[in-house]
Design a protein around this ligand. Structure first.
Ligand SMILES: Nc1ncnc2c1ncn2[C@@H]1O[C@H](COP(=O)(O)OP(=O)(O)OP(=O)(O)O)[C@@H](O)[C@H]1O
Ligand SMILES: [Mg+2]
Length: 272
C-alpha cells in the first residue's frame, strides 16, 4: 500500500454526555477509494466534520499529507487539498446551474491563483471572467451537467442537484474528496453514472472517502471499507470481507428499516 494521505488517529467526539465517536483510527492511502459506512447515527458525518475543521475533536488528531489539521479552519483545510460535499446539498433554486457554479467559484476562488481571483472579484476584466466561465463549463462537463447548465437549479432532480455540490468541491482542485451520501436521492441509472464519475475522479489522482448507505454501490466502488457502529470502529477491510463480517451484519440487522434494506442490499450483492 502506498503512503497514507489521510490519517485519523484515535479521534473522539463528545456532545455533552453523548459519545458520537470513540477512538476512531484509520488511514486512507493515496489514490484509494475508501468507504466509511455504518447505521444511522453511527458518527460518519461527525467524522467528516472533524476531518474538515467544522468540529474540534474531544481527543486525537487528523493528519492530511503529513500535516496535523488540529486547530485549522475549514477554508485552511480546503486550501491544503481536502474538500468535501455535504449530506444536505443546497443550491440557489432560482439561479441557473451555471450561475450556481459561478457563484461557488467566485466565493472560493475555484483553485485559481489569488491574482486571478482578485481580478475576477474586483476588476472583473473580460479575460478573468472568461477564465472563470470556462472553468465553470469544464466542471459542469466533468460531473455530467453540461446539458443542464441553463436550467434553474431548483428544476433539477434532487440527485442532480447533488452533482452541483460535487462540482463545487472539485472546483477547489482537491487532492482528496470526501463525499457524504452523494447518491441519496438518485435512481439506479444515476447511481451507476455516479460510480463512473467517482472512478474518473480517482483516475485524475484524487483520493476518495465516501459515506454512503447504498450498499451495492459501496461494495462495487470501494477498494476498502471502514465500518462504524455507535461511534466505534467495528470492522475494516476489503468489500468481500466486510459483506460477510458477522459484526457488520449484526450492526445493520439491529437497526431500523433503512439499515435493514442496506444490509439486504449487501447480502444480495454477496450472493450475486
Ligand atoms: N451537533 C451535534 N450536537 C449533538 N449531537 C450531535 C451533533 N451532531 C451529531 N450528533 C449526534 O452524534 C451521533 C452521530 O451523528 P452523525 O450525524 O455523525 O451520524 P451519521 O453516521 O452521519 O448518521 P446518518 O447516516 O443518519 O447521516 C448521533 O447520535 C447524532 O445525533
Ligand atoms: Mg450523516
Amino acid at each position: 500500500m502506498s503512503a497514507a494521505i489521510l490519517s485519523v488517529a484515535h479521534v473522539g467526539v463528545r456532545f455533552g454526555g453523548l459519545v458520537a465517536i470513540a477512538d476512531l483510527h484509520f488511514d486512507v492511502a493515496q489514490g484509494e477509494i475508501v468507504s466509511l459506512i455504518g447505521p444511522n447515527g453511527a458518527g460518519k458525518t461527525t467524522a467528516f466534520n472533524v476531518m474538515t475543521g467544522f468540529l474540534k475533536p474531544s481527543q486525537g488528531e487528523v493528519r492530511f499529507r503529513g500535516t496535523s489539521l488540529t486547530g485549522l479552519q475549514p477554508h485552511e483545510i480546503t486550501r491544503l487539498g481536502l474538500s468535501r460535499t455535504f449530506q444536505r446539498t443546497s443550491v440557489f433554486p432560482d439561479d441557473t446551474v451555471f450561475e450556481n457554479v459561478m457563484i461557488g467559484l467566485h466565493r472560493q476562488g475555484g483553485g485559481m491563483s489569488r491574482t486571478l481571483l482578485l481580478d475576477a472579484l474586483l476588476a472583473r476584466t473580460r479575460a478573468s471572467e472568461r477564465a472563470l466561465r470556462e472553468r465553470a463549463e469544464a466542471l459542469l462537463d466533468w460531473v455530467g451537467l453540461a446539458g443542464r447548465a441553463g436550467e434553474k437549479a431548483g428544476a433539477l432532480a434532487y440527485g442532480e442537484q447533488r452533482l452541483v455540490g460535487v462540482a463545487l468541491a472539485l472546483a477547489t482542485e482537491p487532492a482528496m474528496l470526501l463525499l457524504d451520501e452523494p447518491v441519496s436521492g438518485m435512481n439506479a441509472s444515476e447511481t451507476r453514472i455516479f460510480v463512473r464519475l467517482i472512478r474518473q475522479i480517482r483516475e485524475r489522482g484524487i483520493t476518495v472517502l465516501l459515506v454512503e448507505h447504498d450498499m451495492p454501490m459501496v461494495m462495487e466502488v470501494s477498494d476498502r471499507i471502514v465500518v462504524l457502529n455507535h461511534g466505534r470502529l467495528i470492522a475494516e477491510g476489503r468489500p468481500e470481507a466486510i459483506r460477510s463480517d458477522p459484526a457488520v451484519i449484526e450492526a445493520y440487522l439491529g437497526q431500523g428499516s433503512a439499515a435493514r434494506r442496506a444490509a439486504a442490499g449487501a447480502r444480495e450483492v454477496a450472493h450475486a
